[in-house]
Design a protein around this ligand. Structure first.
Ligand code: KG4
Ligand code: ZN
Length: 337
């Protein structure tokens, strides 16, 4: 079984070809970072236009690198939401055109399910598993029980953690995209210099909150006055990163209690989404999993951030179960798991 997967829900245009045994035959990702950088964030109109300009070329490249033609495909998958609607439409309409021309099934994929199922392609792990899904738009703790079967244990009550990384980077003038910039600066900083809050820590339940932390970073920056040195910025980035990760760990510890009670056979703890590329988070989660007797499974960094392979794989998982879509499938800006 061979599936082409298209992704265009945010600021990456991506196309990939994946087979049913998890082999990635091609995985082409074109980042729009340079187009959005002058604005310090993703501009939806610019994103949609860039997807339109690039998608055909990327599909062509992914097919050529995989050394196949449309007639070799068993299905075509595209992100159908959630995301910036102008962008989602580009990938979905392209997939519909290919499905029509090649006379193959269309599979509309929930972008979050794409992130959530990636570890089954990379590591072949079985259901159930506990998933910390952390990206620019989402922060959730989910039990993944099966394809299309998710149980949400916690979510953010305000900002997503990736968004907090991005906004902190913007405040500190570290550039865009924020996550990798904060991580790089934090590596040179003193994480204990600034005392920042760990929102929601110690509270019952598993929900997150990151807007108070963001405000605390702004205040700490203002308290530094007019002359902020490079070292100040690195120290603040490190203190922020530590607080954000502490907060994620606290919530995950809560979730593990529920998970252990209700899913005694589950042995895997998984992180996915763009923030899973953060090495400090990975180290801390690795320590936690060891201590609690779980195995931490993390996709390689380039499969953590948005890509087409995760969409193609989710397409394969759905196609195997006969979960295909009609050509009138609508794109959705909002689509909770
Ligand atoms: O999953 P993703 O590529 O797109 C969404 O679906 O949102 O995640 C992007 C997010 C951004 O907020 C970015 O700053 C964050 O992931 N990110 C990171 C790192 N790499 C990407 N955050 C922290 N550390 C990183 N190394
Ligand atoms: Zn994503």
């Amino acid at each position: 079984m061979i599936v082409l997967g298209l992704e265009s829900s945010c600021d990456e245009t991506a196309a990939a070809v994946v087979t049913a045994d998890g082999t990635i035959l091609s995985n082409v990702v074109l980042s729009q970072v340079e187009e959005h950088a002058p604005f310090g964030g993703v501009v939806p109109e610019i994103a949609a236009r860039a997807h339109i300009t690039q998608m055909d070329r990327l599909v062509d490249q992914a097919m050529r690198e995989a050394n196949i033609t449309f007639s070799d495909l068993d299905g075509v998958a595209a992100t159908a939401g959630p995301g910036l609607i102008g962008g989602v439409l580009v990938g979905l309409m392209t997939a519909k055109a290919i499905a029509t021309v090649a006379d193959i099934p269309l599979i509309g994929v929930n972008h979050l399910e794409g992130h959530a199922l990636t570890v089954r392609m990379t590591d072949g792990i079985t259901f159930p598993y506990l998933l910390l899904l952390v990206s620019g738009g989402h922060s959730q703790i989910l039990v993944v029980e099966g394809v299309g079967k998710f149980r949400r244990l916690g979510t953010t009550i305000d900002d997503a953690v990736g968004e907090a990384f991005d906004k902190t980077a913007k405040m500190l003038g570290l550039g865009f995209p924020g996550g990798p910039a904060v991580e790089k600066a934090a590596a040179k900083g003193d994480a204990d210099r600034f005392s920042l809050p760990r929102p929601m820590s110690g509270r019952p339940g598993c929900d997150f909150s990151f807007s108070g932390l963001k405000t605390a970073v702004r205040q700490a920056l203002e308290n530094l006055g007019d002359t902020v040195t490079e070292q100040d910025k690195c120290d603040l980035a490190a203190s922020f990163q530590k607080a954000a990760v502490d907060s994620l760990l606290n919530r995950l510890k809560q979730a593990l209690k529920t998970y252990r009670d209700e899913y005694p056979d589950g042995t895997s703890l998984v992180i996915a989404g763009g923030v899973a590329a953060n090495r400090y988070l990975r180290e801390k989660l690795d320590e936690l999993s060891h201590k609690k007797g779980y195995t931490l499974v993390v996709p390689p960094p380039k499969l953590c951030t948005d890509n087409g392979a995760m969409i193609a794989w989710a397409g394969i998982e759905r196609l195997r179960l006969g979960l295909t879509d009609e050509l009138d499938l609508a794109a959705k800006a909002r689509w909770p798991l």
